[in-house]
Design a protein around this ligand. Structure first.
Ligand code: GMT
Length: 381
């Protein structure tokens, strides 16, 4: 198939999933066209089946806000027409599903039809999309999609509860390429980060409020009172600066390393002993899955879809949002003994296998076929 993928090109989970999906599809022989405003961070263009088309929005002084949806829908029309693409797959409803619908409409005028698959990722539903400013447009564009998918059952339920959705929602979880992730027990230059006696705790996110970054620091504060430990904070976002300040106030700045955004997440996870994800909302928790795949147990909240990924007492533990003491106690129970830690590491890795890329990507292929069949029916009608 010839597939157009629209996504955010940044370090955010939806962009990562879209990029990894496109790469996997290209390896399975499909022609994949990424259409977005910048080359996606995890995308290597040196692949014969991968194309990248940049959406440019020229600055015009009359516009207070530059009209990205307009530029995106125009670009979609041009690319779908020129490359005769079969399926349009938009990741993150806002504004991609809206722009996709407009592109479909414009193409239809020329006699070209293309089905649109919309994948809901999380904040497009639970946080941003639910705002009254956007809600009518988001509801409309989800209902106008040919096929809708969501990354967890929890997100599907949230979508049906918060919006008036007439479409069936197919759950296709986030996935991981286990073959490209180390087992967590190999030589990965651990000594650069900590001494042999120290445990390494890691957090990776976009440092937004929803991630409850102060909770990460406070959990770590309690842990390091009981055993030698380092905290590695990976990512960038508005909560980073206040987090650095909090570490200074608590007197633990020398034990916390802020690394910024990284393309080497697997290397960092390789030497990690525990992953913290105390989010207020998390539709799936791709970062938790990436940790588990590297054999890193996860202590997280039970928000959203996290309980579908992190299995309480097996791959780690789940606590209520804001339960800092509970998460610290659970972290300590995993970290206190080598044998317990080794058991959780193995179990985390094993649970990650449920989301093996080889099981999940064919689910998207099936959805594309379903969308194409629907499109064919429309043509006949
Ligand atoms: O975590 C974020 O805020 C980024 C966001 C995104 O859309 O880029 O991530 C969402 O999509 C990921 C991929 O499907 C999910 O694994 C994350 O759980 C989800 N984030 C939230 O729901 C907060």
């Amino acid at each position: 198939m010839k597939i157009a993928i629209v996504c955010y090109p940044t370090f955010g989970g939806s962009g990562v999933v879209a990029t990894e999906l496109g790469i996997a599809l290209s390896k399975r022989g499909h022609e994949v066209h990424f259409i977005t405003y910048k080359q996606p961070v995890r995308l290597d263009l040196l692949n014969e089946n991968i194309f990248f088309h940049e959406v440019n929005v020229p600055d015009y002084p009359l516009f207070h806000y530059q009209p990205y949806e307009l530029a995106l829908s125009s670009k979609l029309v041009t690319i779908i027409r020129a490359y005769k693409l079969d399926v349009l797959h938009v990741h993150y409803a806002i504004p991609h599903a809206y722009a996709g619908f407009m592109a479909k409409k414009m193409l239809r005028q020329e006699g070209i039809t293309i089905p649109m698959v919309t994948t809901l990722h999380g904040t497009d539903i639970t946080l941003v999309g639910n705002h009254p400013f956007y809600k009518p447009a988001v509801t409309f564009s989800i209902n106008k999609s040919d096929v809708v998918t969501s990354v967890s059952s929890s997100l599907k339920e949230d979508t049906l509860r918060l919006f008036d959705i007439k479409k069936k929602i197919n759950v296709i979880p986030n996935f991981i390429d286990l073959s490209s992730v180390s087992d967590g027990f190999t030589d990965c230059q651990r000594e650069l980060m900590a001494t042999d006696k120290e445990r390494i705790i890691t957090h990776i996110s976009n440092f937004r409020e929803v991630k409850r970054i102060p909770d990460v620091i406070k959990i770590f504060y309690q842990v390091q009172e009981h055993l030698p430990a380092k905290l590695i904070m990976v990512g960038e976002g508005p909560e980073r600066e206040p987090a650095e300040k909090l570490c200074e106030e608590l007197g633990i700045a020398n034990k916390v390393i802020f690394l910024g955004n990284s393309n080497e997440v697997d290397k960092i996870l390789c030497f990690s002993d525990l992953f913290l994800l105390p989010s207020k909302a998390e539709s799936f928790g791709l970062a938790a899955l990436e940790a588990m795949a590297s054999g890193v147990p996860v202590v997280s909240t039970n928000a959203g879809g996290l309980s579908e990924v992190n299995i309480n007492g097996v791959s780690g533990y789940l606590n209520e949002v804001g339960d800092i003491d509970g998460m610290a106690a659970n972290a300590l129970s995993i970290l206190k003994e080598d044998s317990i830690l080794a058991k959780f590491k193995a179990q985390a890795r094993s649970e990650a296998k449920r989301f093996d890329i080889n099981k999940i990507v064919p689910m998207y292929e099936e959805v594309y076929l379903k969308a194409l069949q629907k499109d064919l029916k429309n043509k006949v009608v």
